[in-house]
Design a protein around this ligand. Structure first.
Ligand code: ATP
Ligand code: MG
Length: 572
């Protein structure tokens, strides 16, 4: 359904790299390559930002260049120090380093003011007294040309004086703006005398009350790039129509080493939403537990869920850089974390829905310490001891009194191997009188069949995971599902438009009666494990010794690989 067919291959050269190559060949910028990642601190970063971060820092690294981190903090009303701290943390966590190049747009307010004065002096900017609605009305539309403001032909002296008075706080919010004098009949609406400065009588988190006029994004951004000697200013496609303004401003103010804006398609993912504004609604209206809710596509949510920086970087590099917007299947992101954890996560046994299993012919008070391999993909991960005894727990779903076809687990009279232990044969079960549910399974074991021993060769069809009743630890396990319900392209569009209506009511299921093997007693927050046969899990922030909490990162089943196989079968 989504444009993903080619993305399973490793990285390919992207078109931005080709532009950089060409510029270096022509010795543009003296061969320098300098990029930036410029978040506005008005929310937490999400995986779309991760794509931009990987792209900018990645290109800098690849080309022996530099990449700055810059806070685009030109709007005092929506921004917050909490967001700045979270952004710094997230970019660092993803593994990127801006060294001493952390900048704030607000550090340049003086210079930006001087540049605005310079435009006024050139007759290229004017103070306009129309109110915001009138400005909108005068601007016209795609089909209707704009109309010139009656204030457009003020003298330079008058403009200089009015602009200074705007800065000095003489006028009310919204009563005047500074506008570029470009072309009200331009086919590009961004060129119809765009607003450069507006009056906002609000304290700024860095400059305090020094300013009551603030630059607009379209004015500030090219200047920030120029001041930092950026060469390639990479941004998302919605700014394509703003590029003529970017170039107009810079070429009217400066003459050499002008940065160039290059647009690429923003990342979007199925079954979730990406805009900060929408994410903020989910957080502030309590649909999720916070910006780091493991269901969110925020970097902090993914981190808490158990995603690794490596998996996110792999994902971002492998989806490629395109010129047209598309929606990436979220299952490809899941594929990337599975791939990473399959190599790196320790295997342990955990029973999510316990059913008691008693081995009638096993000695009453014996505990054997059996050997469990930590990771079959990585022999250097070693092994650990797993206690085994007469009373165990297995998953409820691993016993069936009347097994369907192809059910290779435990059933009356059937044999299975208990992982790392023995083959057991079911001899009967006990039913809870009140509920009618099966409450206990009775088995006998074959003492000769011990894993690793001489009798280990005997084969049976199923292998089950288990924990020892007297040794297992209680744990809470949080199972996550997709944030939004959608199964095809049409539903996806609907879900994006009406995301509140499409929130998956089963996006979180909490299991409180889980049992995990005792090696997890002191599991460290953030550690990741494979619960054998169940999926990959991460120790949650709220986990404590004696009160373990795990988040499911992903199940083991890789639907992405299946999709790829089907596609290959079709000759793709
Ligand atoms: P949102 O639309 O989610 O609120 P934004 O574009 O307003 O995001 P900024 O803080 O302005 O967020 O973005 C910082 C940088 O990250 C910009 O260069 C922007 O183009 C890039 N970026 C934001 N969202 C995405 C995305 N989904 N995919 C790729 N890059 C993105
Ligand atoms: Mg923005």
């Amino acid at each position: 359904m989504h444009s993903q067919e080619n993305n399973n291959s490793k990285e390919s050269v992207n078109f931005i790299q080709s532009i950089i190559d060409r510029d270096r060949e022509n010795n543009k910028y003296g061969g320098r390559v300098h990029l930036r990642f410029p978040p506005e601190p008005n929310g937490y970063l999400h995986i779309g930002h991760a794509k931009s971060i990987c792209l900018n820092f990645g290109l800098a690294e690849k080309n022996n260049g530099l990449c700055n981190l810059r806070f685009d903090d030109t709007n005092p009303s929506k921004e917050d120090i909490e967001y700045i701290d979270s952004i710094i943390r997230d970019v660092r966590w993803l593994g990127f380093n801006w060294e001493d190049r952390l900048y704030y747009a607000s550090d340049y307010f003086d210079k930006m003011y001087e540049d605005a004065v310079s435009l006024i002096k050139q007759g290229k900017a004017y103070v306009c007294d129309l109110n915001p609605e009138e400005i909108r009305e005068y601007r016209g539309t795609f089909t209707k040309p704009g109309k010139e403001s009656p204030y457009r032909n003020r003298s330079i002296e008058e403009n200089l004086s009015l602009f200074k008075q705007m800065k000095d706080g003489i006028f009310e919010d919204g009563s005047r703006v500074l506008r570029a004098k470009i072309d009200m009949s331009s086919a590009n609406l961004n060129m119809r005398d765009p607003v450069l400065y507006r009056i906002v009588k609000k304290s700024h988190h860095r400059t305090g009350d020094k300013w009551c006029i603030y630059p607009m994004y379209d004015y500030a951004h090219p200047l920030e790039d120029y001041y930092e000697r950026i060469t390639h200013s990479v941004c998302t496609l919605e700014f394509e129509d703003h590029r003529p303004l970017y170039d107009w401003l810079l070429s009217n103010l400066y003459s050499s080493e002008l940065p160039q804006q290059i647009e690429f398609a923003r990342l979007d993912l199925t079954n979730t939403i990406m805009s900060k504004r929408k994410l903020r609604i989910l957080v502030e209206e309590g649909y999720v537990s916070g910006w780091d809710d493991p269901r969110l596509p925020t970097i902090s949510g993914l981190r808490r869920r158990g995603y690794t920086p490596q998996a996110i970087r792999n994902f971002c590099n492998r989806i490629g850089v395109a010129k047209t917007n598309s929606v990436v299947d979220i299952r490809f992101l899941e594929h990337c974390i599975r791939e990473d954890l399959n190599k790196n996560a320790q295997r342990v046994m955990a029973v999510l829905n316990p059913l008691k299993l008693i081995i009638d012919n096993y000695p009453d008070n014996l505990t054997e310490e059996l050997e469990g391999e930590n990771n079959p993909e990585d022999p250097s991960a070693g092994s650990r001891k797993v206690p085994f005894s007469k009373t165990l727990y297995i998953e409820k779903e691993d016993f069936h009194e009347d097994p369907p076809k192809k059910y290779f687990r435990l059933a009356p009279g059937r044999e299975v191997r208990l992982k790392n232990a023995y083959i057991v044969k079911s001899q009967g079960f006990v039913r809870d009188e009140k509920t009618g549910e099966i409450s206990e399974v009775h088995c006998t074991y074959d003492p000769e069949s011990k894993s690793g021993g001489a009798g280990a060769k005997r084969k049976v069809k199923g292998t089950l995971h288990w924990v020892s009743a007297g040794h297992a630890l209680k744990a809470e396990v949080r199972l996550y599902d997709y944030l939004l319900l959608s199964e095809d392209k049409k539903q996806e569009e609907e879900a994006k438009a009406n995301f509140i209506d499409r929130i998956n009511p089963n996006s979180l299921e909490v299991l409180t009666e889980c049992l995990v093997e005792p090696s997890l007693a002191n599991a460290v927050k953030g550690n990741k494990y494979q619960f054998m046969r169940k999926g990959y899990f991460c120790v949650d922030l709220e986990s404590k010794t004696g009160n373990l909490v795990f988040n499911r990162i992903v199940s083991l089943r890789d639907s992405w690989e299946k999709i790829m196989k089907i596609n290959q079968g079709k000759g793709k």
